[in-house]
Design a binder for this molecule. Sequence first.
Ligand SMILES: *Cc1c(COP(=O)(O)O)cnc(C)c1O
Length: 218
Amino acid sequence: MIEGRLEILRHRIQRACEDCGRDPAEVELLPVSKRQPIEAIRAAQALGFWTFGENYVQEGVVKQQQLPDLAFHLIGPLQRNKARAALEHFQAILTVDRVELSQRLHRLAEELQLKRQAWIQVDLWDETTKEGGCSEKDLPAIFSAFEGSPWLAFQGFMAIPPPGQPAAFTALADLRDRWQQKTGQRLRLSMGMSGDLEAAIHAGSDQVRIGTALFGER
Ligand SMILES: *Cc1c(COP(=O)(O)O)cnc(C)c1O
């Protein structure tokens, strides 16, 4: 079953890339295994996946302990009291969206001597939903809290734009371009999920985060 879904998914990614002249190898597929059992993750691993996105720190910690050969990336909101556990058990945190959180992660990563990837989650639409994400004006302070850190390597921006608005993806691509100029660093964009990966790829997404289209319904 997962094989069939993966085939369809690869086909969608391939077609989206062809439509806009991109190389499918440029688009990373991050499987999102939240609320999926260990067996489902093992089945995906057998198809070549070694890194998984998880939304909840506690669920990710348990899975990481049961599957120590795999890597987990945190794609859900992070509370400050879970920052230490998140650094200990996740290779990447995609949801840094507050200054105090980025300062804390910076301090803790140094204290624990853990090299991790950090992404800033942005919300350009003032959704103020529970999904999280910072506004553009808060970006510089969040970034400068770990800028130059040997422990936290800045990757780029993650976002969950409002559904059904392809222009939202373009706005994120513009933001990325501006920040690449500003930092002189190649930055990645993590955007697009099962329902909207095509629009995200057209706008320049480097990573699509896929749950249901790979694992089936949760
Ligand atoms: C659940 C989730 C996904 C995957 O969503 P699907 O629609 O199942 O592909 C991607 N990103 C985040 C942040 C999520 O919470």
